[in-house]
Every structure is written in structure tokens, then in C-alpha cells.
Design a protein around this ligand. Structure first.
Ligand SMILES: C[S@@+](CC[C@H](N)C(=O)[O-])C[C@H]1O[C@@H](n2cnc3c(N)ncnc32)[C@H](O)[C@@H]1O
Length: 310
């Protein structure tokens, strides 16, 4: 026996994300995804509900086939989302992301229509305008439709390269999607599907579906899996310094990448603890530690965990 403990596949920190990022070496990370709290000026809250079949004539709502259901309120989760100085909050995250990314590395910065334009100017200043690669529009169709304006049903994801000339983009590994008009392209192409463009149609995490963990603003695994598969190498290191429910970590595990996640909220930490409880090789830290035990320079082609092991 060598006595050397196996390197973890993932580390989850309950700590300030900038503090965690500052413990990492320069150019040691393949992909950073950041989904900072939007500057919505209100507290984000999600009620956790459970529905149970009820006797006929009882319960508080009617479902499929006229069956009656009763809703049980289990509690709620929330985090503060009102920041006077949003760009001041964001800037150290971007500075650290730029520093830790490898020369072939990528940042995906997930925002909404309220902040994206200000954040783009800030990020251009840190990454360099030439390293801005795409603005991805994640379009969904769910929730209320105000009648006084166009209902806002998209998020904006800014994709930056550390160095556009050396950026990794695994086009062959991206899951293809059906053509809108398959009759126009011939059977072979139609069967193969096409590469997604910079506009991604993807449902939100269904409030009643299996994927939902009850954390506010949980992002769909499908969106993160696309980012991880396109912009990191097998066995590479993926980081999320505002990790929430840990979607980035699950996408990383599913695609055989290692991960470091941080969130300053104990509620988020608990959600991630549960999410990864059954995953071998995921460790939990109550605070940022000075040095992380991940072999940070293990690179493309290295032995990562098999896809789908999560
Ligand atoms: C929009 S949520 C992230 C959701 C996540 N992408 C998911 O799929 O679940 C933003 C998160 O940032 C966290 N946060 C805010 N300030 C932070 C900080 N300084 N360091 C680490 N996390 C922070 C909040 O606690 C919240 O969980």
C-alpha cells in the first residue's frame, strides 16, 4: 500500500467563493462557471412543497384525471439578492477566474438582462475584448406573462476564453440537436442532427420534477452538461465559486471531470452535501482551506472518472 490517499474527484466548500479561488494556483483550472446572484433587488425565496394523494372531496388541488391532492409546506430556502454595488461584487470573482484559468481555459458567466451589459464591459476589461467568444442566450418558456411588456424568458451567458487563440472547444463532444426543418437537409444530416447555435432552448428545472432540489435559482443540468462537455477536457478541473445547489459539480462528474465548488450560504452547502452524499470521492469543507488536495495539474488525457459515474 502506498499510503497516499486517493485524490478527491470533487471538493465542496462552505466559504466565500473569492477566498476559495485565491487558494488555487495560477493557470490550474480548465473551466470556470459563475452564476452569481442577479441584482434583482429582492430576496430570492423558494417554498419547498410536497404533494400527496388525498381522499375525494379533500385536498387543495385537482390533478390529472380529477384526482385530489394535498400540498404540504416543508419550509423555504432563501438568499439575499439586493446588492448596491453589483459590479464591485462581481469584479474579484472575474479577476480570480482569469488568473486561475489555464491558457486553453474558459469562463461562462451566467447573468440576466438586467446586469449583462454592465458585466460585459467589466469582463471585457479583465479578459480583454478579443477574448470574448460568445453571448449565449438560454431561452425558456415558463412562468408569468406580464401584459405591459414582452415577457422576459431568457438568461444571458457570456463566454470568455483566457486566450482566444488557444481556447479549447470540443465541438465533436457536444450533443447534437434536431434540425428545425429536417426535410430541407436530407435523411443523413437529419439523422445526425446539428450543432446547437448560441441560442439554447432548454426548459427550466421543473418545480415538480426529479431534478429539483428546492434551491432557489437552480440551473438545469442539461445546460451545464453542454458547457462542461464543450469547454473542458476529460479529467480536467471545473470550478464554480457561487455554486448554489451544485449543478456544475454534477455535470462535471457525469462527464468525468473533477470539480471545486464554493458557496457562502450554509443552506446551499447542505443542499450540496445531500446532492453528492452518494458520490465516492467528493469531500466537504466547512471553510476555504489554504491548499486543496486535488492534483491541479492533472490534464487532458489523464485518467478521469468514467462518464455517468455520478
Ligand atoms: C444564482 S445562485 C447559483 C445557483 C447554481 N448555479 C445552481 O444551479 O444551483 C448564486 C449563489 O451565490 C451564492 N453567493 C453569493 N455570494 C457569494 C460569495 N461571496 N461566495 C460564494 N457564494 C456566494 C449564493 O449563496 C447563491 O447560492
Amino acid at each position: 500500500m502506498s499510503g497516499t490517499p486517493a485524490a478527491p474527484r470533487g471538493v465542496v466548500h462552505c466559504a466565500d467563493g473569492v477566498a476559495v479561488a485565491r487558494t488555487l494556483e495560477d493557470e490550474s483550472v480548465d473551466l470556470v462557471y459563475l452564476d452569481p446572484p442577479f441584482n434583482t433587488g429582492r430576496r430570492q425565496t423558494r417554498e419547498q412543497l410536497r404533494t400527496r394523494r388525498a381522499e375525494d372531496g379533500e385536498g387543495d388541488r385537482t390533478g390529472f384525471g380529477g384526482r385530489r391532492y394535498e400540498t404540504e409546506r416543508l419550509g423555504s430556502r432563501s438568499f439575499e439578492d439586493a446588492r448596491d454595488d453589483y459590479l464591485g461584487f462581481l469584479e474579484p470573482f472575474l479577476v480570480e477566474a482569469q488568473r486561475v484559468l489555464a491558457p486553453s481555459g474558459s469562463l461562462y458567466l451566467h447573468l440576466d438582462y438586467r446586469e449583462v451589459h454592465y458585466a460585459k464591459v467589466l469582463a471585457d476589461g479583465i479578459f480583454g475584448r478579443v477574448n470574448f467568444v460568445n453571448e449565449i442566450i438560454w431561452a425558456y418558456d415558463y412562468g408569468a406573462r406580464p401584459k405591459r411588456r414582452w415577457p422576459a424568458k431568457h438568461d444571458n451567458i457570456l463566454f470568455y476564453a483566457k486566450d482566444a487563440a488557444r481556447n479549447r472547444f470540443n465541438a465533436e463532444d457536444i450533443e447534437r440537436i434536431p434540425y428545425m426543418a429536417p426535410g430541407l437537409v436530407g435523411p443523413e444530416k437529419a439523422a445526425r442532427g446539428k450543432l446547437p447555435t448560441d441560442t439554447w432552448w432548454h426548459t427550466i428545472v421543473s418545480p415538480t420534477g426529479k431534478e429539483k432540489l428546492g434551491y432557489p435559482t437552480q440551473k438545469p443540468l442539461g445546460v451545464l452538461e453542454r458547457i462542461v462537455s464543450a469547454s473542458s477536457p476529460p479529467g480536467g478541473l471545473v470550478c464554480d465559486f457561487v455554486a448554489g445547489s451544485g449543478t456544475t459539480g454534477e455535470a462535471a462528474l457525469r462527464h468525468g471531470r473533477r470539480f471545486i465548488l464554493a458557496d457562502s450560504s450554509p443552506e446551499a452547502f447542505e443542499v450540496m452535501r445531500r446532492r453528492f452524499a452518494a458520490c465516492d470521492g467528493v469531500v466537504f469543507r466547512e471553510q476555504a482551506e489554504v491548499r486543496l488536495p486535488l492534483p491541479l495539474r492533472e490534464r487532458a488525457g489523464g485518467e478521469g472518472p468514467a462518464a455517468g459515474e455520478a
